[in-house]
Design a protein around this ligand. Structure first.
Ligand code: NAP
Length: 312
């Protein structure tokens, strides 16, 4: 079985930064990524709050740069490699991929990130890929001159609503309250944009379709107004994220929302297992905080591996 010093599960900003730090310290570092490297940022059109890029850059470009930097120092990144199990073995861990390949890792960093939440309303699943989408960067261009809705009031919803105005004729930004949660400067851009219509105090009750594609949504009101039907061509859902936590289920502690609990430096309560990024219980979920926690967790994992080697 191949031995790895530090195995990292997930190649988003947290995992790739951990890989950069671990490989620069000359640890044999392998990053397992079930899809393509980059994490959630590669579905983000533009990142303008990552330091060092005053004009911003595309999420894809930032993800590619992080990958290139980790690989530059020798980290091995294995895309399309899903991890099925992490099992303690003496003081190490046996990592089993879904292809039944096994590795012995001295320490593990879990950086599996988060995935978009669903609304859980009728029609949402049925019309996914047929008008319902969770990725404006991927699907926005399909809605040129059409009318779309964005659901949510956070950074993701507001930023993606702005992005969709590049294509759509009109974007309804539908939020369940009467004020957005998004960062103020993004809110201001939404309010100033003629193509964005704010739909305050509204919730989606059902996504309606005909002939296999979306034709609109049934809108309920949280302020006592009447329900109404809103005709649309597309619905983009950005109502938060859920942590991808199953890989560590039996080993580490979670909070009530399913996020892995770590200390300030990324230690979980299982010695040798660290966690970083959006799968953890950090309040601020940004590229910079994921990268910073990736660095701290790698630093701690390196100390753990070195101590083990010294005590053998
Ligand atoms: P979020 O900040 O958790 O916001 C989710 C939004 O969806 C909230 O406005 C929430 O309403 C609404 N919502 C939740 N469940 C709903 C439901 N069932 N029906 C209708 N509305 C619902 O999530 P996010 O925008 O996906 O962002 C996730 C994290 O990534 C955040 O920490 C965010 O700051 C970060 N992020 C940062 C950037 C950036 O810095 N450029 C970009 C994207 C994301 P309430 O407001 O009423 O709770």
């Amino acid at each position: 079985m191949e031995t790895i010093d530090i195995a990292i599960v997930g190649a988003g900003p947290a995992g790739l930064t951990a890989a950069l730090y671990a490989s620069r310290a000359r640890a044999r570092t392998v990053v397992f990524e079930q899809g393509i490297p980059g994490g959630q940022i590669i579905t983000t059109d533009w990142v303008e709050n990552y330091p060092g890029f005053p004009k911003g850059l595309s999420g894809q470009e930032l993800g590619d740069l992080m990958l290139a930097q980790a690989e530059e120092f020798g980290a091995e990144v294995r895309p399309f490699t899903s991890i099925d199990k992490i099992e303690p073995s003496d003081l190490d861990f046996i990592i089993t991929t879904s292809e039944d390949e096994q590795f012995l890792a001295r320490a593990v960093i879990i950086a599996t990130g988060a995935i978009p939440k669903k609304l859980g309303v009728p029609g949402e699943s049925e019309f996914t890929g047929r008008g319902v989408s969770w990725c404006a960067t991927c699907d926005g261009a399909l809605f040129k001159d059409k009318v779309v809705a964005v659901i949510g009031g956070g950074d993701a919803a507001a930023e993606e609503a702005l992005f969709l105005t590049k294509f759509a004729a009109q974007v309804h930004l539908i939020h369940r309250r009467d004020e957005l949660r998004a960062t103020k400067c993004i809110q201001e851009r939404c309010f100033e944009n003629d193509k964005i219509t704010m739909q305050w105090s509204r919730v989606v009750k059902e996504v309606k379709g005909e002939g296999g594609k979306v034709v609109g949504i049934e809108l309920g009101a949280t302020n006592g107004d009447e329900d109404e039907f809103l005709p649309l061509d597309g619905v983009f859902i950005f109502v938060g994220v859920d942590p991808v936590n199953t890989i560590a289920m039996d080993l580490t502690s979670f909070n009530e929302s399913g996020y892995i609990v770590t200390d300030h430096d990324g230690r979980t309560d299982y010695p040798g297992i660290y966690a970083a990024g959006d799968v953890t219980d950090n309040e601020l979920k940004q590229v910079i905080t994921a990268a910073a926690k990736g660095a701290s967790s790698a630093f701690e994992a390196l100390k753990y591996v070195d101590n083990k080697v010294c005590s053998i």
